[in-house]
Design a protein around this ligand. Structure first.
Ligand code: CMP
Length: 137
């Protein structure tokens, strides 16, 4: 069993597809071990995405992530990190495989509907960023 962090980004929250995205996870054996809706502060978004701070898209990414509420979740299941990334599809929705979350719900590489941890180590850090142990069931 693994755990990974998923974020439903402001574009998908605004579109009203939180339930449809959660259904993709639950229908594919990823259990919701923790969930909350929140508005990121600029400082929180900058810290969460600090690994990208030298990239040219960093400011746009942070601007977008604070543009509205997000839903953060801990997904749990067999090979959860890889499974979640498979369900999300490629970062750029134009390159995402048919039937993936980004192909179906995302508009652009910035407004790409979801974030998912890219490794088990990052998953542990990203989960700890948003959730205390008592919030994960
Ligand atoms: P995410 O998985 O949340 O991780 C970083 C985000 O930066 C990514 O999804 C995209 O939304 C955004 N981004 C914008 N431009 C790029 C790019 N050229 N390469 C990777 N990520 C990008």
């Amino acid at each position: 069993m693994e755990q990974t962090l998923s974020i439903i980004k402001p574009d998908a929250v605004k579109k009203g597809v939180i339930g449809k995205i959660i259904d993709r996870f639950e229908s594919n054996n990823l259990r919701i071990a923790a969930i909350k809706k929140l508005q990121l502060t600029r400082c929180e978004a900058e810290t969460f995405y600090a690994i990208h701070k030298e990239r040219p898209f960093f400011k746009d990414l942070v601007d977008f992530m604070v543009s509205g509420p997000v839903v953060v979740m801990v997904l749990e299941g067999k090979n959860a990190v890889a499974k979640n990334r498979e369900l999300m599809g490629a970062t750029n929705p134009k390159e995402a495989a048919k039937g993936t979350i980004r192909a179906d719900f995302a508009d652009s590489i910035d407004a790409n509907a979801v974030h998912g941890s890219d490794s088990l180590e990052n998953a542990k850090n990203e989960i700890a960023f948003f959730f205390g142990a008592r919030e994960i069931c």
